[in-house]
Design a protein around this ligand. Sequence first.
Ligand SMILES: O=C(O)CCC(=O)C(=O)O
Length: 270
Amino acid sequence: METLQLPILDASYTVDAQQVAGFQKNGHTLTRNALSKEEVAAYREVINHAAYKYNTESRPMEERDTYGKAFLQIMNLWEVDEDVKRFTLAKRFAKVATELLGVDQVRLYHDQALYKEAGGGFTPWHQDQYYWPLDTRNTVTMWMPLIDITEEMGMLTFASGSHRSGFVENIAISDESEKKLEQYVQDQGFAISRPTFMQAGDATWHYGWTLHSAPGNASKATREVMTIIYFADGAHVTRPQNEHQENDRNRWLSGLEPGALADSALNPLL
Ligand SMILES: O=C(O)CCC(=O)C(=O)O
């Protein structure tokens, strides 16, 4: 790959006060054209290249469980690919994250490519922060399709206002989380919200505690999505509440002990 030809993603993207207020109230928002057509086309190429190079899932769909059917999940490509690193560490995205969260600085938690294959299954209701041993609610995921997508390709779907519930259930993404959290969403009467259409380079943003899910991919194309997770600088590592948080502490926080400032080499200030 020719690193020099990649666009540099430093220029600011403007989010106005209304959008910030909407994000903090609903727990999610949509930024149109966060990348231009040219920018997303260039990064689609490098992310696809890295995602398929490092993907380890090769089982046929029918042999996978619900989580395995939902998407190919290829994590922390920025660590192993210099071109993807330019995307994941981009100042433009980090600045939007700080503005939405209303904080001075954010750090990187990790990136992940989430490719829902043609015929891929639904993404069960879950909260991302179930996985994260961090002592802040100021966490946010940017979710960006690299191709134009419609609802039936697996559009991300949010329960508006659900971030204010905090930690709802100590359950990983699974049939059980789908059942219990779907019921919770209904009982609480949260409005369900998802874009009907996203162009490549648009992005949604959601808090770590926002309940979300996605339908299966009924199209013939893979839903190529790249995500980046940020947290507010100053957060500390917490005592893991489940085995996944313990794995995350070791993997994404370089094994920092509970109580330590979450500032490992894998969590650069952006
Ligand atoms: O891409 C999906 O279907 C789910 C994405 C998700 O859960 C996330 O980015 O937090």
